[in-house]
Each structure stands twice: as structure tokens, then as C-alpha cells.
Design a protein around this ligand. Structure first.
Ligand code: NAP
Length: 317
């Protein structure tokens, strides 16, 4: 007779309907596991649970699980877990989903073309009833610099290359990828920025990247460069960006992420002519594919005790 696995705790701070949807999707992906929201677990079940599946969990809920061996985040970004669980430093597996990479790559391509083909300027001209062709800039003549060459940065770089853009990438450890020039370190960053027409931010938010894109960094870009921030709001110093836009140092910024979300209705960013605002939609999580990945990771753990790469609390991602 096989011994049933301990229950898996689902720990989220999501609205009830959203949590319910995740629960159903996860249960379908793992019919052999028993997944239960932590609030609905008995004291005995909580005492036995070795795995939690988490989405922005309340740390107090995780403390209800004394036997927890590791947790699987349903999100790719884990800065909040790193911050809130710094004292526990649990084993955290974050979501790495090629489907998320595809969605993000598509968004980076779409908004890179939006900038390279001057759509903000044509939209402004339309509002003025102005018929005026601007000089054509081909993708092949446009240099995109990506900050962060992880799962998402690499996916974006690949699609940008296919579309003909020149692509450079910056990461902590330099990458060796065909057709993409890799940079690392502070000197590498400066070198890359000097040859960047569109800067794309796909870094995790850590103590090192918090406020990284500031006046000093923006001033290293060629005048009129575009900025796309699809990572986290705090990586860009908003005041410095607005000054750089007003001074013409940055031509246009596409922002999908903000320090506070949703962006407050009274924020001056909404009406800034050189800012395009998106409501955190560049890389949506697909619950079905995410659940399949979580299921595969849990199955491997049950079978052989192995786990994919863990979040490194010292690095912060
Ligand atoms: P990842 O695989 O962990 O990649 C992170 C990349 O950033 C790596 O290349 C890493 O370098 C580099 N990096 C980290 N700290 C650095 C530093 N101090 N200096 C230089 N490079 C540094 O993460 P990911 O899955 O690509 O996701 C990136 C971020 O996207 C997430 O953390 C999340 O905040 C954001 N995100 C946004 C959305 C959205 O809808 N807007 C959706 C999903 C995720 P190494 O390669 O050397 O480690």
C-alpha cells in the first residue's frame, strides 16, 4: 500500500475568486496530490505539510507550517518573498515558464517597434492633424540594450534578433549567446549604455538594482534614447526619468510597472506626453502552463528529492 503524500498548502493573499481559479488549475495538474488553502487545513495537516505553493503569501501563514521543506512561487519575481522571509530563508523555487518568456518577448518586441517606428510621435501628430513623415529607422540600425539576461531577458533578446534588431545584454555573469553582445560589471554597463537606442529593463528588484536606473545611468545613454521598464517600478528613479524626458535626454519611456500599483489616478505620469503607461501586462502568468511546471517540479521532488535552482537570498533573486 502506498503512503499518501502530505497535503500541499496553497498560501496566497489573492482575492477569493483568483485563489479558487489557481486551486482548481493546480489540482487538475496534480491529480495525485491534495492541495488545500492553508486556512482550510486542520492543525494536523498543517503540521505534516512539506511543500507550499505560494503567491504573495502572508509570512504569518507560512509560520503555521512547521515541517515546510520548500515552497514554489507562482510568480517569476520574488523580491517580496526575499524581503519578508529574510529571517527564515526558506528554500524557494520561483516560476520559470517558457510561455511567460514568450509573452514577455512579444511585449518587448512590440514596444521596441513602437519606439523605433516613432509611434508616440505619430500619435501626437495625429492629435494635431499633422501629416508629416519622420525619418525611417530600420530595426537593423536600432540597438536594443537589455538589462538582465535571465529567463525573460534571453527570450526577449532572441525575438528581437529574429526581428532584425542589434541586441546587447547586461547581466551579473556575462552570457555567451550567438548574435548577442554580452556585457557585465559597472564598466560593461557603461559601455553598453553608450551604444543603446532602446534600453529594456528586465532585472529582478534587489538591493543592488533598487534605483539603478537613475540620472547618472540615463545620462550615459545617447541623447533621445527610449526606455522600456517591464521589470519592477523601483528599479527606475521616477523623478530622474521625468527630468531626463523633459530635458530630451530620454525620448520616450514605456512603463509597465510602478513603485505603487495600480498607479494612483492623481499621478502626473498619466498625462506626461513622453510616457506610455501600461497596467502591468507585459508578462502575464498563464495559470495552465504555470501549474504544469509546478506539477513537474513537485513530481521530481517526490520521486528523487531534487529541486530546480533555488532563490539565493544573498543575491536577492
Ligand atoms: P532571472 O531569470 O532571475 O534573471 C535575472 C537577470 O538579471 C539575470 O541575467 C541576472 O544576472 C541579472 N541580474 C540580477 N541582478 C543583477 C545585477 N545586480 N547586475 C547585473 N545583472 C543582474 O529573472 P527573470 O525570470 O528573467 O525575471 C526578471 C524580472 O522580471 C523578475 O524578477 C520580475 O521582477 C520581472 N517580471 C515582470 C513581469 C511583468 O509582467 N511586468 C512578469 C514577470 C516578471 P545572472 O544571469 O548573472 O544571474
Amino acid at each position: 500500500m502506498t503512503v499518501p503524500h502530505p497535503m500541499i498548502a496553497l498560501v496566497t493573499r489573492q482575492a477569493e475568486a483568483e485563489e479558487q481559479h489557481w486551486l482548481e488549475t493546480l489540482r487538475q495538474a496534480m491529480p495525485d496530490e491534495t492541495i488545500v488553502p492553508v486556512a482550510a487545513m486542520s492543525a494536523e495537516a498543517r503540521a505534516g505539510a512539506d511543500i507550499a505553493i505560494v503567491a504573495n503569501p502572508d509570512p504569518a501563514d507560512l509560520r503555521l507550517l512547521p515541517n515546510l521543506q520548500w515552497m514554489h512561487s507562482l510568480w517569476a519575481g520574488v523580491e517580496r518573498l526575499v524581503l519578508e522571509l529574510a529571517d527564515l530563508q526558506p528554500k524557494i523555487v520561483r516560476l520559470v515558464d517558457p510561455r511567460l518568456g514568450e509573452a514577455m518577448a512579444e511585449a518587448v518586441l512590440a514596444w521596441s517597434l513602437y519606439l523605433s517606428r516613432d509611434m508616440p510621435a505619430y500619435a501626437a501628430q495625429q492629435r494635431q492633424g499633422l501629416w508629416q513623415p519622420l525619418p525611417y529607422r530600420a530595426a537593423r540600425d536600432t540597438r536594443v540594450g537589455i538589462l538582465g539576461m535571465g529567463a525573460l531577458g534571453m527570450a526577449a533578446a532572441g525575438l528581437l534578433r529574429k526581428a532584425g534588431f542589434q541586441v546587447n545584454g547586461w547581466s551579473r555573469r556575462p552570457k555567451d549567446v550567438d548574435g548577442i553582445t554580452a556585457f557585465s560589471g559597472r564598466d560593461g554597463l557603461k559601455q553598453m549604455l553608450g551604444q543603446t537606442d532602446i534600453l529594456v529593463c528586465l532585472l529582478p528588484l534587489t538591493t543592488e538594482t533598487d534605483g539603478l536606473v537613475d540620472q547618472a545611468l540615463l545620462s550615459m545613454l545617447p541623447r533621445g534614447a527610449g526606455l522600456i521598464n517591464f521589470a519592477r517600478g523601483r528599479i527606475v528613479v521616477t523623478g530622474d526619468l521625468v527630468e531626463a524626458l523633459d530635458a530630451g535626454q530620454i525620448g520616450h519611456a514605456v512603463l509597465d510597472v510602478f513603485e505603487t500599483e495600480p498607479l494612483a489616478p492623481e499621478s502626473p505620469l498619466w498625462s506626461h506626453q513622453k510616457i506610455t503607461i501600461l497596467p502591468h501586462i507585459s508578462g502575464p502568468t498563464n495559470p495552465e502552463t504555470a501549474a504544469a511546471i509546478v506539477a513537474a517540479n513537485i513530481a521530481a521532488y517526490r520521486c528523487s528529492g531534487t529541486l530546480p535552482d533555488l532563490v539565493d537570498f544573498a543575491r536577492g533573486y
